[in-house]
Every structure is written in C-alpha cells, then in structure tokens.
Ligand binder design. Structure first.
Ligand code: BGC
Length: 790
C-alpha cells in the first residue's frame, strides 16, 4: 500500500491507521469522494496541513494563453485548466484557544476509512492539545450519488477527560491559497485567485457564495446549511465576506459530551444562467437535501452502491490485496463517471488537478468499456457529452483542412488544448476511439434511439475525417500518413497500424449505420457514393507488415528503425520522456505504451493466433510502460497468447498503481484509465471476454495465483454472471431472455435457472518474452497458493 504508510488489506474498505503527513497528498487522492459532478479531495476537515486542497465541479475551468516559442498555423491558442472551486469541506476547530492541527499537540490515534459499500469516508481522531486537553474528533463525509449537487459532512467533537471550551467554524472558502506549482507560470497566474465574487450571504446557519471566473465567464454558486446539536451552552452565529462564509458554533463540553454539526453543501454552475438563476438552483438543491436529512442521504448512498455492486462486483479468491485494489478501482471509476451527465470524464476524475483536469481517449478506450457492461447510463451521458462538442470538432477539422470532425486530444469543454501537436492533434486515433465506444454501447444495450440521435452522426463525422485524412495510392491501397498512434514515442508516422485498423472499423460501422438509418443519413447529407467511398477505403486500408520477421509493424517502417539502447539506459532514466529528447525517441524502436498490442485486443479479428503470439513477443522487449495505460492492455494480450504469469504481473501493476503510488504522481489525482484497466485485465484478460456486434465470447483462463474469479455483466438486456474456478467455468443468467454466447469457440445458450458449466481448456505454457532490461513488472504477487487448500 502507499509507501511508508499504515494501510491495511481489507476487501471492502481502504483503511489508514495513524497519520503519515509525508504521504498526505497521495492520501487526499485515494480518499477523494466524487459523483462525477462534484469532487472533494480527501483533505483533512480542518483544511491544514494539506498536500493540495481540492474541490472540483466538473466542467468548471479557467482559460490561459498557450505559450509557443515559434508560432504555427492551427496551434491552439487558449488552454483550459480545472480550478479549485469554493471549498465546502472546511470545518476548523479551536480547543480551549488552540487550533486542532495534527502538527501540534499529540495525536493519540487517527484513522481514516473509505467504505466502498456505503460510499462514506470516516475519520476518527483522538488528539491532545499542546495545553493537555483531550478531544475525540469524528467526521463522516459523502458526495451524494443520488443528489448530484450535494456533498455533506457530519462532524462531532467529544470532550474526553476535562471540561473544554470549543469553537467550531464551518466554512465555505473561495480562492484558497494553493501550494506553488512548478508548471507554466501563465497558467499559475490564471489559477492563483480564479474566482471573482458576485454575491455573499449568511443568515442563521445558512451560507451562500456566488463567484464567476474571470476569463471563461462561468458562474459558480455554493450554498450550505447546518444542523447543530450540543449541550445548552451551544451558540451559533454566521457571517460572510467576498470569499468566505462561516458558521461559528461555540460550546462548553463536559467529559463525554458531544458537539455535532451536520453540514450540507450544494454546488451549481453555469455558463449561461443568470445570478438569480444559479443562486436559486443551489438553494433548491440544498432545500431538497435538507429535507432528505443526513440519515436519508446516507441511506440513499448505500442503496445506490448496493445496486452498483450487484451489477459490477468482481470477486477473486487467492490475492486479498488485488481483491481490495479491484474494488477500490471500480469505486473510483464509478465516482468519476456516475453523475458526470453530459460532461467529460477527466483522466484523473475529480480527484486532483493532474493533466489540468483534461479528458483524453482514456475515457472512450479504457473507462467506457467497464461502464458499458456495468453502468450503461453513464456511458450514454459521456457519449452525449462528446456529441455536444461536435461543433468544436467540426471547426477544428475545417481549420485543419479536413472533412467531418476532428475531436480534441485533450480538453475540458471541447476545443483542442494540446500545445504539442505531435502528441496532440496528430493523435487522430481519438476519433476512432470515440466511434468504437459508441458502437460498443449501442450493440451492448440495443439503444436504438441513441444510435439514431447520437451515434450515427458521430460515426459519419469521424468517417468523413478518415476519408479526407487518408488517400488511395496508385495501387488503390489506402494510407493514413503522418499520424501518432497510442505510443507517444513515435510521432507523425505513416500508417500507424492501430489507427488504420480502428479507422477501418469506424468507416465500416459508419457505412452500416447509414444503411440502417437512411433518413438520418439523408439529413447528414450522406449519399450512396459517400458511404461506398468509406467501404472502399476500409477494404483497401494498409496494414504494415514485415514479411521477413513475420510481424506486423507498429507503423510503416517501424521495424527498420534503430533499436533503442536499452542496455545503456539506467533505471533512473525512466520515464524516458523526462531524460531524452523526443526527436531521438521518435526515430528509434522504443514503445512508450501498448500500441500494436492494443490493436490486437480491440481489433483482434484482424490478427490470427500465430501473429498475435509473434507480435506480442516482438513488442514486449521494446515496450517500457512509461504510461499508466499500458500494463492493463499488455495483461489482456499476455493472457490471450497464454502467458498467464506475465498477465497477472501486469494486472497487479495496473491495480496497485495508485495504492502503491508507483508513478510517483498519485498526489495529482488517481489514474482513472489504469483503474478501469484493472477490470479490463480481469474480464477481457482472464475472462477472455470479447464482444463484437451481436457476438459475445469467453475464453477463460485462471492464473496460478487465483482459486476463483467471478464477475457480472450487463449485456443485450441480460445480466450474466461468470465464475471461473481452477478447472471449470460456470455461466449463470441472472436476468433476461436466454443468452447465446461462445465458450472457447463452442456455441452455447444460457437460460435463467440453468447455469452452464464447462471445463477450462488446458493451455500449453510457453516462456514469456522478456521486457527491456529493468522494466519487467514486479513478480511480488506470484507466490503460488496451495491449490489443495493447505
Ligand atoms: C499517455 C496518453 C494518455 C495521457 C492521459 C499520457 O501519458 O501517453 O495515452 O491519454 O497520458 O492519461
């Protein structure tokens, strides 16, 4: 668990015993609560000490100029950065004149527990003030899944062994001082005090602050109300200023007496609504939450999560640490996407300001697959958000001299924010990734209305992009030149195989969709000639191949490049991008993250088994995993080609990335794609699940370390449970009509009340390929358990 810290291994909670201020910033990320709309980092109630104070509202950002040493046509000029909005979680405490602050006095005990089943973050602390006065502090926090504008805290202080005078200050605070950032100074200036006060209000135990952002012109309103209970001596007052609203409670407690505050906070923002409009919005949300009450909010939260876990839980027997990590992962992915509702799902969710709060292809390729089969509504919302950004993507395509839509590599509100075009605009594959996610959602759910209203247009506009970006050569072969694939250590290359194969599927899916929806096609101006041109391009798509080596090339000419000097690269020189110039990475055979290997998973139908094994063996020794998006993909394909131990090592790497802070940047927020990739490694990797169109197939394999792996899926209007044991697998239909599926190529039908059991095939074990020196995944989780149960 997080280095140097006292975290326990338990199946349903993340527990920290004691407090280690050295890893406070990381703990703030892993203990972050969010519903996809509101995000609160796991900052201490009293606000200080902190690593990074963070309260986020999905979509609320500030603009800043993007710097270029040399100008060029089509470079995005304006950057977007997520901002720390008004902090509603602060509750400061004064114990007989002394601030409750863990850096002073004595911390007798301290515990924080994030419970994945209740969605509550609990904290208990026994603290002796420097003057010797002992208090117990308990807080419970939630960000509501059911009331998306709402977050709440129950805060209690108990006197332990002497009478004590207490002051509790519950605040709304805007423009908090942030730790100095070492990033772009222009962005830092924009973020220093991003909120301009419009209105502040305090009366009784109610507070409200309304601000706007200076450049992006967004209006942010936050309101809070309190229920205070304590001994007769308890008094409450409130006040507000431009950037602070405060409810102050004073009380004198005798030993055993408790002062309790229930604080409910509502958040709202808008780029268009008036001040009274946004004010009323947060007041209304607050009124509703107050009428639900604390217990009601807690009850709703539990119900929401019971429902989620009944659809999404993954159980594994044999490795408790990974079991915990998998639930931690599922919980955080749910938090990122649950109520994002037509907003982006950022790479760090709402757990930190890493990557400036931007979303990437991470959403469609890593996060949405998991949500498609567990929380399809969240996928619909995420894709509707993409669709709502079509006008910006169409403008961008036009600016680039292309047809259709060019979706941004990184963005908050829809326009391109990447200032580095080789690993930004040139990564056109994001367009096919979006199309792929839309097709996956439509075929998994059968949501025809969504297909007609949203998916067809996404497919058509991205198909147009590919048709205009690529060209037929004089032999008729279709090429897409000068693009960057997932591997960011090769840029602006010709015919990236991943991009070509994803584009091929995109073009075909678009042609199929317009046939199914002729009226919509006519509306979008698609005629037979245009869709025939898409099919021609798809059929003629180039797939670079080295016939001497008998491997597919990551891009045309890749296998002819000089090999990276792996032997001469020291362990402390990874990630390579921080120690070597890009120009050198670009011209050598070195792979940052799964690229051709990802193509073999997502477009598996394009490769036969022999080539999958050969290609995997070729690219493993070149792949350095300098991106957190790699291990999970390598796990899936390692499992498919039969390297189960290696697949398990990669699963562990993906699963523990944040809990062990492997990349040393969990302080900036958790890695949502890698967390979602944990599910991918288990379900698509060891479960061998592949879904294409109306076909669902499983090729299950159990790694040595596990006794059992069980997961559930929502697909084709049914609920299916899959349970893999050491020598057999059982498919159980939990809900819905009989479900045809394939088990290792054999067609079977699963009906309710009649689970189908099949033997696991026996796999011949080949030695796994090696990784670049020093880059092998850790084998720490390999100690094989005793299958006889000893
Ligand atoms: C990866 C990208 C990814 C981004 C955000 C980069 O390091 O190379 O593939 O989209 O991080 O997670």
């Amino acid at each position: 668990m997080i280095k140097h810290s006292n975290y326990t291994v338990e199946p349903w909670v993340l527990r920290e015993c004691g407090i280690n201020l050295d890893v406070l910033p990381q703990s703030e990320s892993v203990f972050a609560l969010s519903n996809g709309h509101v995000g609160w980092r796991g900052n201490l109630d009293e606000g200080e000490p902190h690593g990074l104070p963070g309260s986020y509202l999905n979509g609320v950002h500030e603009l800043h100029p993007l710097p270029y040493a040399e100008a060029g046509y089509g470079y995005p000029e304006s950057g977007q950065t997520v901002i720390n909005v008004t902090n509603g979680k602060i509750i400061r405490l004064l114990v007989d004149d002394e601030p409750f602050d863990l850096r002073y006095g004595t911390v007798r005990s301290h515990e924080r527990v994030l419970d994945f089943r209740t969605g509550l973050l609990h904290r208990t602390c026994e603290w002796v003030s420097p003057a010797g006065c002992t208090v117990k502090v308990r807080s419970t926090r939630l960000v509501s899944f059911t009331q998306r504008a709402i977050a709440a805290v129950r805060f209690e202080v108990e006197a332990v062994d002497s009478d004590v005078r207490l002051v509790v200050q519950s605040e709304l605070m805007a423009n908090e001082q942030l730790p100095r950032s070492d990033g772009d100074p222009r962005a830092a200036v924009a973020l220093e005090s991003p909120l301009v006060s419009e209105e502040h209000f305090a009366a009784d135990a109610r507070l409200r602050l309304v601000h706007t952002t200076a450049r992006s012109g967004l209006r942010v309103a936050v309101a809070a109300d309190h229920v205070v209970t304590g001994p007769d001596s308890t008094r409450t007052s409130s006040e507000s200023g431009a950037d602070v609203g405060r409810v102050t409670c004073t009380a004198q407690l005798k030993p055993g007496e408790v002062l309790r505050l229930e604080k409910t906070v509502s958040y709202g923002w808008s780029s268009t609504r008036s001040l009274p409009g946004v004010r009323d919005q947060v007041d209304a949300a607050l009124a509703q939450a107050m009428s639900t009450g604390w217990d009601g909010l807690v009850g709703e939260q539990r119900q929401y999560l019971d429902d989620f876990w009944s659809r999404a839980d993954v159980e594994l027997d044999g490795d408790e640490e990974v079991q915990q990590a998998v639930r931690f992962a599922l919980f955080h992915v749910l938090q990122a996407g649950a109520r994002a509702e037509q907003r982006a799902i950022p790479a760090k969710g709402l757990t930190g300001s890493g990557y400036d709060g931007h979303s990437f292809w991470d959403t469609e390729t890593f996060v949405l697959p998991l949500l498609t089969y567990t929380s399809p509504n969240a996928v619909e919302e995420a894709l509707r958000w993409r669709h709502s950004t079509l006008p910006a993507a169409q403008d961008r395509a036009e600016q680039l001299g292309l047809e259709g839509a060019a979706f941004p590599w990184r963005t908050i509100e829809g326009s391109e924010c990447s200032a580095y075009w080789p690993a930004g605009t040139a990564a056109f594959h994001v367009n096919a990734d979006i199309a792929d996610a839309a097709v996956r959602y439509v075929t998994a759910t059968g949501d025809e209305g969504f297909e007609r209203e949203i998916a067809v247009e996404l497919l058509v506009e991205t198909a147009r992009l590919w048709r205009s970006l690529g060209h037929h050569d004089h032999h008729g072969v279709f090429h897409i030149d000068g693009v960057t694939g997932p591997d960011e250590y090769s840029a602006a290359m010709d015919d990236n195989t991943y991009t070509n194969l994803m584009a091929r599927a995109n073009l075909r899916h678009a042609a199929d969709a317009v046939e199914r929806h002729p009226r919509k096609a006519a509306e979008l101006g698609v005629d037979d000639e245009e869709s025939a041109a898409w099919r021609d391009a798809a059929d003629a798509m180039h797939k670079p191949y080295n016939s001497e080596l008998r491997v597919h090339e990551q891009h045309a000419g890749f296998t002819g490049h000089q090999l990276w000097d792996f032997a001469g690269t020291r362990a402390d020189q990874y990630p390579l991008l921080l120690h070597f110039p890009y120009f050198d990475l670009y011209r050598k055979q070195v792979v940052k993250q799964a690229d051709l290997v990802l193509a073999m998973y997502l477009r598996g139908e394009e490769f036969d088994a022999d080539h999958k094994a050969r290609n995997f063996a070729y690219y493993e020794p070149l792949t350095v995993r300098d991106s957190s998006l790699s291990a999970c993909v390598q796990s899936v394909v390692a499992a498919e080609v039969g390297h189960l131990r290696l697949a398990y090592d990669y699963l562990v790497e993906a699963a523990l990335l944040d809990l062990e802070d492997t990349e040393n940047n969990t302080r900036d927020g958790v890695h949502i794609a890698s967390l979602a990739g944990t599910w991918m490694a288990l379900v698509a990797g060891f479960g061998g699940m592949r879904h294409r169109g109306d076909d669902l197939e499983f090729t299950p394999k159990l790694p040595e370390r596990l006794r059992r792996l069980a997961f559930k899926l929502h697909i084709f209007g049914r609920r299916l449970a899959v349970e893999i044991r050491t020598s057999s697998v059982t498919y159980t239909l939990l809900e819905g009509d009989p479900l045809p599926l394939k088990h290792c190529g054999e067609q079977i039908t699963v009906t309710a009340g009649a689970p189908v059991e099949r033997k696991l095939p026996v796999w011949s074990v080949h030695p796994a390929p090696a990784q670049p020196p020093g880059r092998a995944p850790s084998h720490d989780h390999q100690q094989p358990f005793d299958r006889d149960g000893a």
